[in-house]
Design a protein around this ligand. Structure first.
Ligand SMILES: [Zn+2]
Ligand SMILES: [Zn+2]
Length: 242
């Protein structure tokens, strides 16, 4: 990273068009339909005789799913911040561009509406929901997997919303969101501010931020980067942080 991108660079990167919005809208509709279908299946499973334990399993899955979503948000953020460019085929315009634009104009995210904020998160959660929808009917494995997948889909949906809230003026947020930020249940703004310092190479996790200290303190990101670069060397390619 040569330095913080300028506002003109941010405007040049800002190309959120109708096709992308349509895909995100379709992802939100698909997420909603699949989630309701799977939630009804889960409710029926819990109501069955002798299956009350599933309620406790659901409650246990909530923090585990939130942790997994934090890891997922960090991996996606690190990948799209670190590798490729906005010109990378397929991934560049749709997935890498929003992350690079976010460094150039961090407050732009506060102007995104519901679809632009949450569409990509719904898209990322669809495989988990699709798997939950096709799980076999009443096997023990299905009873364990259904709540886990459902909670993960819910947690994944919330990741970018929590990121957006971390950039919003506190006075514009509902009191319960400010409380959740203060308690560290969702990404605290002070923690996320540490990511927005060139070279934008720490604090990638944007759901709860619970894993940032571990992943940054252990040098995990730089370690994976060194390994990936070593793998790339024989074929002459080289990922670049831009
Ligand atoms: Zn970033
Ligand atoms: Zn941010």
């Amino acid at each position: 990273m040569s330095g913080p991108p300028t506002r003109p660079e941010a405007q040049a990167l800002s190309r959120y068009g109708a096709p992308q919005r349509l895909i995100e809208l379709a992802a939100i509709v698909a997420w909603t339909l699949l989630f309701v279908y799977c939630a009804l299946r889960l409710a029926a499973a819990i109501a069955a005789p002798g299956q009350g334990w599933m309620l406790a399993w659901c409650l246990l899955c909530l923090p585990l799913a939130w942790l997994a979503a934090d890891l997922g948000s960090g991996l996606a953020h690190w990948s799209f911040d670190t590798w490729g460019s906005v010109h990378t085929r397929f991934l560049g315009p749709a997935l890498i561009r929003p992350f690079r634009e976010h460094h150039a104009d961090p407050q732009a995210i506060t102007r995104h509406d519901f679809i632009e904020t949450n569409g990509a998160s719904c898209l990322a959660a669809l495989p988990a929901l699709a798997l939950a929808a096709v799980l076999g009917p009443d096997t023990p494995a299905a009873r364990l997997a259904l709540p886990a997948l459902l909670m993960f889909a819910l947690a994944a949906l919330l990741t970018n919303q929590c990121h957006k809230w971390a950039h919003c003026e506190p006075a514009t947020l509902p009191a319960w969101v400010r409380s959740a930020q203060r308690l560290g249940l969702i990404l605290p703004p002070d923690m996320h501010r540490l990511h927005h310092v060139p070279p934008f190479a720490t604090h990638y996790c944007t759901a709860s931020g619970w894993l940032n200290a571990l992943l940054d303190g252990s040098g995990a990101w730089r370690g994976i980067e060194r390994r990936v670069r070593r793998l790339q060397r024989p074929v002459g390619g080289c990922g670049t942080r831009s």
